[in-house]
Design a protein around this ligand. Structure first.
Ligand code: ADP
Ligand code: MG
Ligand code: MG
Length: 883
């Protein structure tokens, strides 16, 4: 079996399409080699080795050692040095690389192959002893931390000691002798921490690093990240071993990162940062303030440091050519990493760049205009989930702002929250229902859970490409990075800036689009949607087969749904209309009534209010279909829980409190979700069904008279499991429609259908369809009842289930396609057999989840229905599912 794939010298055994086997980094290193870009030679150990490693008790395939040795030999031949050779050593980097980039994975180890002997060879060969020693101390630090697990700060302390003792401020000011001294201290740290010496054998170093990459696939960090991003565990990671090039050999050397377009706005400008005389992670680690690539970038951010365009114009020119070449080749915005060694440019990475959703939309539209991609591709380029970012509020421009500091606008959107200083605290408080703002000097992959829990992230160090910035943009969290004047005191739980002190628990607001940090809570307003957004949505609508409706019942929500393009209401929950103000009184009166007459008297009070609600909704929906679900929850939900509340109600209703308490006790159910609710309740009290039907039809007729246009109401019966339940209510509804027609002289236009939310209903869909003109899959209840799993009681163990891989996802968020999905398939098939063309839709939470939407497309459903804010997400997801 072939486990190792080489690249370099203008060719490669791999290519871009082999991402599954070589990981993203390896596949693109191969591709860049193939298209003639200057890539230091190396080889990729495939993801299959990772799979083999975990399937076989953490052991490697037998042929691997030999294939790695051959790969190394090929690199030696190209570079003209030898791995482990004391006179002229080959140094390599060991880099992890999963199919998609994953911050949880092992950090790259640079300068591998250095030891007490080879460092002297490197010094002689390069003619630069300081550079050789600098590389060696970096290697010990990186390898010590990443592979051997010695804590980073133990090395940092030694570095600070040496700087203090010598009066150096920057790392670059340390002389060769200082570095030699530092190396001895580093080695002592390793000896002390591990009880063994730092490994001197380059082969041992290499295999140590390879093993560490594979092991990192199962670290807590990596697992969390995979969970959040839906990355299957079975994918595994590849390992890249690559000849080193050096950005730390002097003033004609540099290292940098860039985006081929602005990842924040999407503007077509070259956007990046670099550092002279630096290596690898120096740019993102925020050790020195990075400099801009372009003069324009430098000016835009008001930086005094010279741009690469000024300092190394020739290499910058080459880099610009690479930018164009890569964009034309990949036809997408790229995120690149490069190093300059002695005025020669080397490409170390390219991948399609993470971007905000604004940027994604703008780039997709502009690339269509530039002729790089088709409209259909443009639709595929915007991640539906990411639209959340632009659909959510920004700061009210008219509101007062108490700006206390400013950092980099690292990820757009506005957010307010109470200050917390650790990821764990962020998670804890968020779980308790607080809105939190995570404030850190900088963030690391260990903080991901806290960043996820936070509304926004504020850091005091690092640039636009720092960890915090990149991850926040990916997650759609607002982020202000590198607010350098803020001083954080983790111990005291405070930060200070411009003489102000802000404590843990205080509210602050950040604006990730301007970089402003404000005291308190600044109100927000809804965003204006750009012309590019409208174009993408229009292209998406052209591709889409399923309709998109919204779950909404308040006039505000219905209006929002329309604004976002909902083509109907898929679920109007009438019980939500029962809680407001006076209504609850009338509802309670109805519940407490001891006979039908009493109930009818109370229902007569509710009727006009409910009719008014429907009129408002029909008015906003202007003839689009509206699915109205009749009363669904158990009655006791409308009764109070506290004793003093009982007394208050008794007074309001002028009855004896004891009577109310007795009735409440009577209504009590030990398992109300499976109790007297939905069509069961309506069948016990058909007068409720009658009142609701009357309110619907009278409103529809009134609207038709007013606008001259018929209103299409879809009356939906919840919780049916037996056809007869539906039949009886159907008769009540039809009779009511007839009565309204007689009274008003106008026939209401309506259909009657049912929710499919119980397994029995799904199985008996064939006969239920005889009486139902449409089905709406209520996947929240269907998930509960298929799994026998209470949504309200499962949160604590579901997390554990996901962690242990018992369930891949929370089935209440992402539809369980295997089980619940099979019931949907069965119901759809049987329903269609009885009634060809029966209208099918979904109205559970899943209707707004892109994954589940793609399942709905596969089942040929007619529409999905979701919460109003998710309508654009669903439109885009439905389009992508259809492409
Ligand atoms: P990440 O996935 O975290 O970006 P990389 O493997 O890309 O990690 O490595 C990080 C940085 O290390 C690169 O951007 C580059 O600057 C540096 N680096 C990696 N390999 C080499 C190499 N062979 N020569 C010089 N620098 C390297
Ligand atoms: Mg990289
Ligand atoms: Mg339900």
């Amino acid at each position: 079996t072939k486990w190792v794939y080489r690249f370099g010298n203008g060719t490669a055994e791999g290519k871009r399409e082999m991402r599954n086997l070589l990981g993203g980094k390896g596949a693109n290193l191969a591709e860049m080699s193939n298209i003639g870009l200057p890539v230091p030679p190396g080889f990729t150990i495939s993801t299959e080795v990772c799979t083999h490693y975990y399937d076989n008790g953490k052991t490697y395939p037998a042929e691997l050692e030999d294939q790695v040795a051959q790969g190394l030999k090929a690199v030696e031949e190209i570079v003209g040095t030898k791995f482990g050779d004391a006179a002229n050593p080959l140094l390599v980097s060991v880099r992890s690389g999963a199919r998609v980039s994953m911050p949880g994975m092992m950090d790259t180890v640079l300068n591998l192959g250095l030891n007490d002997e080879t460092v002297e060879g490197l010094a002689r060969e390069s003619g630069d002893r300081r550079f050789a020693l600098d590389s060696y101390r970096r290697f010990i630090q990186m390898y010590g931390n990443v592979v051997l697990g010695v804590e980073h700060f133990l090395f940092e302390e030694k570095l600070e000691d040496v700087k203090d003792e010598t009066g150096a401020v920057l790392d670059t000011e340390l002389s060769a002798d200082h570095l030699a001294d530092l190396i001895e201290r580093y080695k002592a740290v390793v000896q002390e921490e591990l009880g063994t010496a730092f490994p001197q054998d380059p082969q041992e170093q290499l295999w140590g690093a390879i093993g560490a990459v594979f092991s990192s696939w199962q670290t807590h960090r990596a697992i969390t990240y995979r969970k959040l991003h839906d990355i299957p565990e079975a994918w595994g990671t590849a390992v890249n071993v690559q000849a080193m090039v050096f950005g730390n050999m002097g003033q004609d050397c540099a290292t940098g990162v860039a985006f081929t377009r602005d990842p924040s706005t999407g503007e077509n400008t070259f956007y990046g940062e670099y550092l002279v005389n630096a290596q690898g992670e120096d740019v993102v680690a925020g050790i020195r303030t990075p400099q801009h690539l372009t003069i324009a970038g430098k000016q835009a951010q008001g930086s005094d440091l010279p741009a690469m365009e000024e300092v190394m114009p020739e290499v910058f020119g080459q880099l610009c050519d690479v930018r164009t070449l890569l964009e034309n080749h990949y036809r997408d915005m790229q995120d690149i990493e490069f190093t300059v060694q002695k005025d020669k440019l080397y490409m170390l990475q390219t991948r399609s760049g993470k971007r905000t959703s604004q940027a994604a939309i703008r780039i997709a539209c502009e690339m269509v205009d530039e002729g790089l991609i088709s409209q259909q591709e443009a639709v595929m380029r915007v991640e539906p989930q990411s639209l959340d970012q632009i659909l959510h509020p920004r700061l009210d421009p008219k509101a007062a702002r108490d700006v206390i500091s400013k950092g980099l606008p690292a990820s757009p959107g506005a957010a307010s929250g109470v200050v917390v200083f650790s990821a764990d605290e962020a998670e804890k408080r968020a779980q308790a229902g607080d809105k939190v703002m995570l404030v850190r000097i900088e963030t690391s992959p260990e903080d991901i859970h806290g960043m996820h829990a936070a509304e926004g992230i504020l850091t005091t160090r690092g640039g636009m490409t720092s960890h915090a910035a990149v991850v926040a943009r990916g997650m759609g969290r607002a982020c202000v990075a590198g607010a350098g004047e803020i001083r954080i005191d983790y111990k005291a739980g405070t930060f200070t800036v411009r003489g102000e002190t802000v404590s843990e628990g205080d509210w602050i607001t950040i604006d990730g689009s301007t970089g402003e940090v404000m005291k308190g809570r600044v109100p927000t307003v809804q965003p204006e949607l750009s012309g590019d957004f409208a174009r993408i949505m229009e292209w998406a609508d052209a591709e889409r087969r399923m309709a998109v409706r919204a779950n909404a019942e308040t006039p505000e929500d219905v209006a929002t749904a329309r604004k976002f393009g909902a083509e109907g209401i898929g679920l109007c929950r009438t019980e939500h209309m029962f809680f407001d103000g006076d209504r609850i009184l009338a509802v309670r009166e109805m519940i407490l009534a001891s006979d039908e007459d009493g109930r009818r008297a109370a229902l007569a009070k509710i009727l006009p209010m409910q009719r008014g609600d429907f009129e408002e909704i029909f008015d906003i929906m202007k003839g689009l279909p509206v699915t109205i679900r009749l009363l669904d929850p158990p009655l006791h939900e409308f009764l109070p829980r506290e004793t003093d509340e009982f007394e208050e109600i008794a007074k309001d209703l002028g009855v004896d409190p004891a009577k109310i308490m007795a009735r409440a006790a009577q209504l009590h159910e030990s398992n109300p979700m499976l109790g007297h609710r939905g069509c069961r309740l309506l069948n016990s009290y058909p007068e409720i069904c009658e009142m609701q039907a009357r309110a619907i039809f009278e409103a529809a007729v009134a609207m038709e008279k007013k606008s001259g246009e018929a209103v299409l109401c879809e009356v939906m019966i919840p919780l049916v499991s037996v056809k007869k339940e539906l039949d009886l209510l159907r008769a009540v509804i039809i009779d009511t429609a007839k009565a309204v027609a007689e009274e008003t002289g106008t026939e209401p236009k309506y259909t009657i259908g049912t929710m499919i939310e119980l397994p029995r209903a799904a199985l008996r869909a064939g006969e239920i369809a005889e009486s139902a003109e449409f089905f709406s899959f209520g996947t929240n209840d269907l998930t509960q009842t298929t799994f026998g799993l209470s949504r309200d009681d499962s949160a604590n163990f579901l997390t554990d289930y996901e962690r242990r891989g018992i369930l891949e996802h929370d089935p209440f968020q992402t539809l369980d396609q295997d089980g619940v999905g099979e019931l949907i398939s069965i119901a759809a098939e049987r329903g269609r057999k009885t009634r060809p063309g029966i209208k099918l839709g979904i109205c559970g939470e899943h209707g707004g989840d892109p994954n589940s939407i793609s399942f709905c497309e596969s089942q040929n459903l007619d529409y999905v229905s979701c919460s109003p804010f998710r309508v654009p997400i669903a439109r885009l997801a439905a389009a992508q599912a259809a492409i």
